[in-house]
Design a protein. Structure first.
Length: 334
């Protein structure tokens, strides 16, 4: 069975056909599901991504990260695979500043992210940008692609790749060279816990390791103490970056690594916990992908409008829908 694909112009025509000319009714959810299921997602996503890119570009740069930084993160749309939806897993790029999703790529399964990372990086404008990612996406070919496109990376490393991890274990315990400050420490208080962080950086592998673009390696330790229970959690992570010490001090690397975690909380967690995406019944055709893209856009629009709490913003705009329409440039007369 061949499923027709609608362009954005065809979507507009389909919606207008369902609306009375006097504006006395709105389109029901079933009609929107039918239309969005056939939307050409490969055409829809670039338009939404271009808007998000302009939004992020209009935001003032943060003092601690003057260059734009983005995080790579994946999320699976629960239930979509059983319904035969293509690409139930999504690999997204999220801006550290504002937590706006810039683009997303459909992946058949989480295990296929490794090849999808290079695809999304190749299609994306990376010049002058920094990309942060977790261990699953720390691959040699990904680092090479980012460097070739004049971008920079901050990658978390575990036991894989083994040679890189072994080289890091040799140089990180060594004393620093010269008088350069290569350590930093921060302490965060909030949410009922005390969380000191300590980072150590080394540039000793430059010229020795063949990892693409390698300029520094680092060791980051977190010691979390929960004030109510007294329980403690200690974690040590390792990483590599193409940013030289002059461009990325230990304090800045701390900010970038934490930005990866914060960006994940600002989009995937909100889509699950606040928007309740996993319980969505739209799981056929291109509907899951299109709806995920629209949710990303709505969250980004709310953040751009100055709403820090998305749940509170949703309740407010549900009670005052005219304000919601105003956010997308629609003004109705009373």
């Amino acid at each position: 069975m061949i499923i027709p694909r609608y362009s954005l112009e065809e979507v507009t025509k389909q919606v207008r056909r369902k609306l009375p000319s006097d504006g006395s009714a709105t389109v029901c959810a079933a009609t929107l599901h039918t239309i969005f299921r056939h939307v050409d997602r490969d055409e829809c996503e670039p338009h939404l991504g271009a808007w998000a890119d302009r939004v992020v570009g209009s935001l003032p740069a943060a003092p601690e990260t003057p260059e734009p930084a983005v995080a790579l993160d994946g999320k699976t749309l629960r239930g979509s695979k059983k319904q035969g939806a293509p690409g139930p897993h999504r690999l997204s790029t999220l801006a550290h500043q504002g937590g706006v999703t810039l683009t997303q790529c459909a992946v058949d399964a989480k295990t296929h992210e490794i090849t999808a990372v290079e695809t999304i990086v190749e299609q994306w404008v990376l010049e002058g940008r920094m990309v942060t990612m977790d261990t699953l996406r720390t691959q040699r070919h990904v680092a090479q692609t980012i460097v070739d496109k004049d971008g920079d990376y901050v990658m978390i490393v575990k036991e894989n790749p083994p040679q890189l991890r072994a080289d890091m274990a040799l140089v990180l315990p060594l004393p620093p060279l010269g008088a350069r400050q290569d350590t930093a420490r921060t302490v965060d208080l909030g949410h009922g816990r005390i969380e000191p962080r300590h980072i150590t950086t080394r540039a000793a592998l430059v010229g020795y390791s063949d990892w693409p673009g390698l300029a520094q390696v680092f060791e980051l330790g977190r010691h979390v103490r929960f004030q109510t229970t007294g329980k403690e959690r200690v974690e040590v992570v390792y990483g590599v970056t193409s940013l030289c010490p002059e461009r990325a001090t230990p304090e800045r690397l701390l900010t970038l690594v934490r930005g990866q975690w914060q960006s994940e909380n600002k989009s995937p967690w909100v889509r699950d916990g606040t928007v309740d995406e996993d319980r969505s019944q739209g799981r056929c055709g291109n509907l899951p992908h299109v709806m995920a893209a629209l949710r990303n856009t709505a969250i980004g629009l709310l953040r751009y409008a100055g709403y820090a709490n998305i749940a509170a913003a949703g309740r407010r705009l549900a009670a005052q829908p005219l304000q919601a329409l105003a956010l997308i440039g629609i003004a109705l007369e009373n």
